[in-house]
Write a protein that binds this ligand. Structure first.
Ligand code: GAR
Length: 201
C-alpha cells in the first residue's frame, strides 16, 4: 500500500473528497497516513475526524528553510511514498520537490496554463477568470516540479461560467464539478503506478 501524505492550508474540502474516495474504494492503491498544514487550518480537524495523523508545521513561525526541513523529516519518519497538495498555498523549495519527483501532485482551480503561477491561488484565480470574461474554466491536476503550476498535466475538467457568477459561486462550482472528482482519480492513478513499480523492484 502506497503511503500518502496530504498537504493543506485551508478548509480542506479537497482533503475531505480524498477521504471519501478512500472510503468508497476509488483510492485503493494507497492510504492517507498523514495530513500536514503549513498554517492553522480547518483541514486539520477534518483529518482528526477521519482518525488520520495530522500536524501543523507553521511556515510563518519557522521561515521557509526550517519549514522545509521539518516537512522533509516528517515525510521521512512516516515513510511517505507520495504527496498530494490539496489546497496547499506555500511554494515549496526545489529540494522538497526533487525528492518526490513524479510522486507529488497538485490541484489548481483553473485550466492551466490560464490563471496559474505565482499569485494565482484560491479565490484570486476565480476573480481573475471572471474579470477576463472567460466562459469556460475548470480545474487541473498536475505533477509538481520547480515551476509554480508548471509540471506535466495529468487531468483537467472544464466547468461553465454562468451569468451572474461571483468568485464564490464559481469557486464552489469548480470544486463540486471538477476538483473533488479529478484529485481522487489522479491520486489513485499515481498511487497505482508507484505501487506497481515497487512490486517490480
Ligand atoms: C481549492 O480550490 C484549490 O484548488 C485551491 O485552493 C482551494 C482549497 O480549498 N488551490 C490553489 O489555488 C493552489 N494554487 P480546500 O482547502 O477546501 O480544498
Amino acid at each position: 500500500m502506497v503511503r500518502i501524505a496530504v498537504l493543506v492550508s485551508g478548509g480542506g474540502t479537497n482533503l475531505e473528497a480524498l477521504f471519501r474516495a478512500q472510503e468508497s474504494g476509488i483510492i485503493r492503491s494507497g492510504r492517507i497516513e498523514l495530513v500536514i498544514a503549513d498554517r492553522p487550518a480547518y483541514a486539520l480537524e477534518r483529518a482528526q475526524s477521519h482518525g488520520c495523523m495530522s500536524m501543523l508545521i507553521s511556515r510563518r513561525e519557522l521561515g521557509m528553510k526550517a519549514f522545509a526541513e521539518h516537512l522533509a523529516a516528517a515525510l521521512e519518519e512516516n515513510r511517505i511514498d507520495m504527496v498530494v497538495l490539496a489546497g496547499f498555498l506555500s511554494i515549496l523549495p526545489e529540494e522538497a520537490i526533487e525528492r518526490y519527483e513524479g510522486r507529488m501532485i497538485n490541484i489548481h482551480p483553473s485550466l492551466i496554463p490560464s490563471f496559474c503561477g505565482k499569485g494565482f491561488y484560491g479565490l484570486r484565480v476565480h476573480e481573475a477568470a471572471l474579470e477576463r470574461g472567460v466562459k469556460v474554466t475548470g480545474a487541473t491536476v498536475h505533477l509538481v516540479n520547480g515551476i509554480a503550476d508548471g509540471g506535466r498535466i495529468l487531468m483537467q475538467k472544464a466547468v461553465s461560467v454562468k451569468p451572474g457568477d461571483t468568485p464564490e459561486t464559481l469557486q464552489r462550482r469548480v470544486m463540486e464539478e471538477a476538483e473533488w472528482e479529478i484529485l481522487p482519480l489522479c491520486t489513485e492513478m499515481i498511487a497505482s503506478a508507484i505501487g506497481g513499480s515497487d512490486e517490480n523492484r
